[in-house]
Write a protein that binds this ligand. Structure first.
Ligand code: GDP
Length: 369
């Protein structure tokens, strides 16, 4: 049997198979490390040498464990969500785990929403949606970790609400938590000393601690992968197309009932019943949208998936999951959300259907914009 090796930085068990999970070390680095008697996981290595946090993900069990531990601490919880995939980045039941600890809700990636959007409308909307989930944040903030926007404001708010306590930063993967932490690290010194990480009892879970000036810490915790996102069905190149990098330009369509929109070959929107009105699509600018007649939509999809309707690419079509249909009856201004891909806003009463690859969530919510 192989001997277990642990990272001297964070204590995670070293593994060489899965770069996205904790304890990963490339085999060559492991060999070198063993020669020197100093084995670091890649995450700690990068933190030591490049002052850079890498994101890692956890199993469901470890994540639950982490949440349970949070309830036992006396700390400020900073919950980072992706404003573009708000529903997909909430942590189900977070409020039940954290006990009486205050939560600062941070909506990241605000740079990709249209600039015309009023910020307090957006934070108000986030607050309402959080309340629906039982979460009562002490404050809602908007940031862009990529553009380093609102970082000082975030740090000020953290200082204000932590009241001399530790700070735990939590979030599902891909919300930009690592990017955000990296920005925070840039503003703090002495990173070599950061890897004083301790483990949550009973797990291999490492946490990275950034010292604050009163002996307390800002603690980065690994995220959990949300499986109901489009991202799991696409290759790297396709992900580049669907993840917006710049401010989204909303696309407006005047539709009659009996018309269909295809969002590439990844999702489909049917306008089944209702009076002619405007429908606005909020998806990556690089994703092509095609309009067709509802009655011809099935045949159109079969014929053009992987061609006119991309992604998926031609060589991915065979493996691509079939689209599954969800029907909704809409009364007020509503978004139909395709998890991780974007949404379409419906402004008048209508019967509609949304289609997404099997396993990807389609849901409706009060309109964001
Ligand atoms: P983590 O899994 O939560 O740690 O997320 P990462 O920090 O690895 O970021 C996930 C993806 O989102 C990467 O492609 C980042 O470049 C991107 N990202 C992170 N922050 C922002 C942001 O503020 N705006 C935009 N547009 N993208 C971001």
């Amino acid at each position: 049997m192989e001997e277990e090796i642990y990272c001297i930085g964070c204590g995670a068990e070293i593994q060489t198979k899965n770069p996205k999970e904790i304890g990963f070390t490339p085999p060559s680095a492991l060999e070198k490390g063993l020669e020197n008697g100093e084995v670091y996981c890649q995450r700690c290595f990068r933190l030591r040498h490049y002052n850079e946090i890498q994101d890692v993900s956890l199993t469901d069990d470890d994540f639950l464990h982490l949440l349970n531990e949070l309830g036992k601490t006396d700390a400020l919880i900073v919950n980072v969500v992706d404003i573009f995939d708000f529903n997909g980045s909430l942590i189900p039941g977070l409020h039940r785990f954290i006990g009486d600890n205050p939560v600062l809700l941070v909506g990241n990636k605000v740079d990709i929403l249209p600039k015309s959007l009023k910020k307090n409308r957006l934070t108000q909307w986030m607050r309402e949606r959080a309340h629906e989930e039982g979460l009562r944040p002490v404050e809602v903030l908007l940031t862009s970790a990529r553009k380093a926007h609102q970082m000082q404001e975030l740090l000020d708010k953290i200082e204000e609400y932590r009241e001399g306590r530790d700070v735990y930063v939590v979030g599902v993967t891909n919300v930009g938590k690592s990017t955000l932490i990296n920005q925070i690290i840039k503003q703090t010194a002495g990173v070599q000393d950061l890897i004083t990480t301790s483990q949550f009892p009973g797990t291999t879970l490492d946490k990275i601690e950034i010292p604050l000036d009163d002996g307390h810490f800002l603690i980065d915790t690994p995220g959990i992968i949300h499986r109901h996102q489009m991202a799991h069905y696409l290759g790297k190149k396709d992900l580049k197309i669907i993840a917006p990098h710049k401010e989204i330009k909303p696309k407006t369509y005047q539709l009659n009932s009996g018309q269909t929109l295809f969002l590439g070959g990844l999702a489909r929107f049917d306008f089944i019943q209702g009076e002619r009105s405007a429908f606005v699509a909020y998806v990556s600018n690089d994703l092509m949208i095609h309009r067709t007649k509802l009655e011809k939509a099935d045949a159109f999809y079969q014929k053009h998936i992987g061609g006119l309707l991309q992604p998926p690419r031609p060589d991915e079509v065979a493996e691509f999951p079939e689209l599954v249909r969800f029907e909704f009856s809409i009364k007020e201004k509503t978004d139909i959300v395709f998890a991780g891909l974007g949404w379409v806003t419906i402004s008048k009463p209508a019967v509609i259907a949304g289609w997404a690859p099997k396993g990807v969530d389609v849901l409706i919510r009060k309109a964001l914009i």
